[in-house]
Design a binder for this molecule. Sequence first.
Ligand code: ADP
Ligand code: F6P
Length: 333
Amino acid sequence: MWDLPVLPVLRQPRKLVIVTSGGDSPGMNAAIRAVVRSAIHRGIRVLGSDKGYTGLVEDDLQPMGTSSVGNILHRGGTVLKSDRCEDFKRPEVRAEAGRLLRQRGVDGLVVIGGDGSLTGAHLLAAETGIPVVGLPGTIDNDIYGTDDTIGFDTAVNTGLDAIDRIRDTAHSHERVFLVEVMGRSSGFIALAVGIAGGAESILLPDAPVDLPDLVERLNQSKKRGKNSSLIVVAEGHDPQLTQGLAAQLSEHGHQARACILGHIQRGGSPTGHDRVLATCLGASAVDHLCAGHSDVMLGVQQGRICAVPLHDVVSNRKALPVGIMELAQVLAH
Ligand code: ADP
Ligand code: F6P
């Protein structure tokens, strides 16, 4: 549980816009609800941008009220919809979006999304001067400056549920299963799912796959009487990796199957953890805008909500925890 930092009210915005952008993540709705209700409680009007930055570019902003966010806390996805808006990467498009926002009297934005969305948020704040607060909304947990992101816990639990089911069939058929999880170029989901699911091996994008070593470890496992194994593979950069590995392991005498979990990890009802995290961050975003803060992302570090400059967030890479990676190796037998 995270407590909200108490901040002075130095600049009360009149009209806020909420944007959910990039890959959706379970808990985005909880964050939207918290922003809307906290803002209205302070007498601030709220608009929702339809489909991420597309809504800003096309001036498609809908008023949101207390009741419009009723019954969404437990729902996955985002009621505001999301989009990959390539146009927003162009400075002239962002300038026009800023002009439209000012014309409407918007003097605050809350952007919920992954590192791409937060890059757009930083540029919008820096170029237009409109106050922007970002929230880390992505299943990938690959955002610098925060220990956790909205949706990560749910995605890990979804992956884990799948792993537990696959173990049953792997055991019955004495097979090796390679289960590919999402995470783009980062391995946070793979590491968490692999540890919690007791995977015999976790293949992370940061290290190249050592096929002879993998085959040797599976051979040793077999000798010790273990006839089924589960390998968690981070999707990384190569879309063919998991299928290719299954084929190669089969050539080395292991009955191997590939299972790509895909977008199932992005959907579903958020866990209690993600609902509370999203709610605290959403409410705190309004507090930070009222305290006159801008161009920051709110995250959690060592159990506390903290504000991190968006510039730092988008120009640094979050590293995987080395100690846990080593532990995973020790436990995998
Ligand atoms: P995520 O936010 O989940 O990382 P993306 O990387 O696809 O997802 O980014 C989502 C959206 O954020 C993009 O479609 C675009 O609208 C905006 N965005 C991404 N990168 C930039 C950038 N360099 N400059 C401005 N906007 C960006
Ligand atoms: O960033 C979230 C994420 O789900 C990644 O884990 C994945 O690589 C990517 O988005 C998939 O994006 P799309 O839905 O556009 O295929």
